[in-house]
Design a protein around this ligand. Structure first.
Ligand SMILES: C[S@@+](CC[C@H](N)C(=O)[O-])C[C@H]1O[C@@H](n2cnc3c(N)ncnc32)[C@H](O)[C@@H]1O
Length: 265
């Protein structure tokens, strides 16, 4: 397996039967990213912002922020070509002017230094091995302006881990009606020798039970202590770890993800 988790094939435009199906999917995506968009808005107060998102997927978060008229400038970096194409078509159809979508690995991009107010990496950091994770934190620090914020949303996989039998946990997830796939079948496994590393195999099926897409990702486990020490080492301050975008303090036994903010002061 290569170093990257590309999410290639996810949101391939050919999977949407018509424009109506595409519009419904977009609407639902915007709704599901509303909480993270409100979180960014509350964090930054009244100012208009310049923002980078790494692993921007279909750019829903950025489009939400542009709709709120608080984006001076936004860059979404997404490695998967199909997701990038999806984001670009959406941008053209709706005339989102302040956002640039880039189809690349964030490590190939020379971000303007000390310039950006917010640097986001949501639901993506867990796919990075320690070298890439360290590059991400360094890049965030160097590109942020004074008082700028890094936001990370990192799933913990704690509950899945508890449900594992012989180091494997499989489950089926029904997709929302707007998704071109009917359901996903997931298998999370780990080697006893590396308890902090998982292999996740995802298979996506249509309504006839036909396998339409498949991918496997390596996932790295992060906990509160490890992320705080990683961010502190890179000089980030005011580190807060929440259990959700509602700013409830993180509790490992309750929350499925850590929602982290850190500031460059
Ligand atoms: C689980 S998705 C998260 C998407 C979105 N941020 C969200 O919250 O739903 C992770 C995304 O990160 C992208 N990705 C992974 N490694 C990357 C890298 N090195 N540079 C840019 N994007 C990357 C993947 O292609 C995938 O679309």
């Amino acid at each position: 397996m290569d170093e990257y988790n590309t999410f290639e094939g996810v949101e391939d435009l050919k999977n949407y039967v018509d424009n109506d199906a595409l519009e419904k999917y977009r609407k639902e995506a915007l709704t599901s990213f509303k909480k993270s968009s409100d979180f960014v808005k509350n964090l930054i107060g009244e100012q208009k912002i310049k923002i980078i998102e790494v692993g921007s997927g279909n750019s829903s978060l950025l489009y939400n922020l542009e709709k709120e008229h608080i984006l001076l400038e936004g860059i979404g970096i997404e490695l998967a070509k199909t997701r990038h194409i999806f984001a670009e078509k959406w941008k053209q159809d709706k005339n989102f002017k302040n956002i640039t979508n880039i189809n690349d690995d964030f490590r190939n991009i020379n971000f303007q230094k000390k310039y950006w107010n917010v640097f986001v990496c949501n639901s993506t950091f867990q796919y990075f091995n320690s070298d890439i994770a360290s590059d991400l934190v360094k890049t965030a620090y160097s590109s942020l302006a004074k008082n700028g914020f890094l936001i990370l949303d990192i799933p913990t996989y704690e509950s899945y881990q508890k449900k594992m039998k012989n180091n494997v946990y499989s489950f089926i997830k029904e997709m929302p009606i707007t998704n071109p796939f009917k359901y996903g079948l997931y298998e999370l496994s780990r080697k006893s020798s590396s308890p902090n590393e998982f292999l996740n195999i995802s298979k996506y099926f249509d309504k006839n039970g036909e396998l339409k897409a498949e991918k496997s990702d390596r996932i790295y486990k992060w906990d509160k202590k490890k992320i705080i020490s990683t961010l502190t080492r890179q000089n980030f301050s005011n580190i807060r770890v929440y259990g959700s975008f509602d700013k409830i303090p993180f509790d490992n036994q309750i929350h499925e993800a850590m929602c982290i903010t850190a500031q460059k002061i």
